[in-house]
Design a protein around this ligand. Structure first.
Ligand SMILES: C[S@@+](CC[C@H](N)C(=O)[O-])C[C@H]1O[C@@H](n2cnc3c(N)ncnc32)[C@H](O)[C@@H]1O
Length: 223
């Protein structure tokens, strides 16, 4: 992962380019815009609007730059919500690269962003009194997830199926769906037909929504 380079996307926010996969971590049309639309607006806000609970358990596949965790924390700061945020990552970024990302310049809270990256792996860390982060250093293809009713909201942010098809197989999707709560919500930037068919076969109600700028569609699926 040391060949990763920082790129600037169309909204001015950084992303990373992975030359081995010839793939970026976010949409080149805007990293913050994409995360904000797919994960925060259509995922987090949707769940909050449909659930009275003040506790939310989020599972992210692919911690990467930490952008989704950062946006989630900022969005719910001082809201009265308590957040458990578990994020899986098989190939963590070097910290010196992560802290060069311009998200805190664009969004504020420099210390919090650094903390997200500097916090220990495989440990429960209170980033703020309301936001518990568990960065799981692990491979979602091999390691077991916690059992049923473990997560309310899934941020499925793996590399695209064309680059890492193994992360989008029925079996991997099933493993994640099995860990969802009965009112669970799943969001991803991907809107491939096979993904939608698989999520339907797993019993979810699948919605195709307008994507972020530069992308036609995205998927939200409900248990
Ligand atoms: C599209 S990037 C997005 C990451 C992150 N959500 C972000 O906003 O930067 C996909 C991430 O999945 C991670 N990944 C790839 N294979 C994985 C695996 N088998 N298990 C867990 N994470 C994996 C990559 O290292 C990368 O950080």
């Amino acid at each position: 992962m040391s060949d990763l380079t920082i790129i600037t996307t169309s909204d001015g926010s950084h992303s990373l380019f992975n030359p081995l996969l010839n793939e970026t971590y976010h949409s080149v049309h805007g990293a913050i815009q994409e995360s904000q639309h797919v994960f925060i607006q259509q995922g987090l806000k949707y769940w909050l609007a449909h659930n009275p609970s003040k506790d939310i358990r989020i599972l992210e596949i692919g911690f990467g730059t930490g952008l989704n965790a950062f946006l989630t924390l900022l969005d719910l700061q001082n809201s009265g919500y308590r957040i458990y945020y578990e994020s899986w990552e098989a190939f963590p970024l070097p910290i010196d690269l992560a802290v060069q990302l311009n998200y805190p310049i664009q969004l504020g809270a420099i210390d919090v962003f650094a903390q997200l990256h500097q916090s220990e792996w495989n440990a429960f860390v209170s980033i703020t009194p309301e936001f518990i982060l568990y960065k799981r250093l692990g491979d979602i293809l091999k390691d077991p997830l916690p059992g049923a009713d473990s997560f309310d909201l899934i941020y499925y942010d793996a590399f695209a199926p064309s680059k890492q098809p193994q992360l989008w197989t029925f079996d991997v999707l099933k493993k994640v769906v099995d860990a969802m709560s009965p009112a669970g919500v799943w969001v991803t930037y991907c809107a491939k037909g096979q993904l939608k068919r698989d999520l339907k076969s797993l019993g979810l109600t699948v919605e195709t929504l307008t994507g972020p700028p530069g992308k036609k569609e995205m998927v939200r699926a409900l248990r």
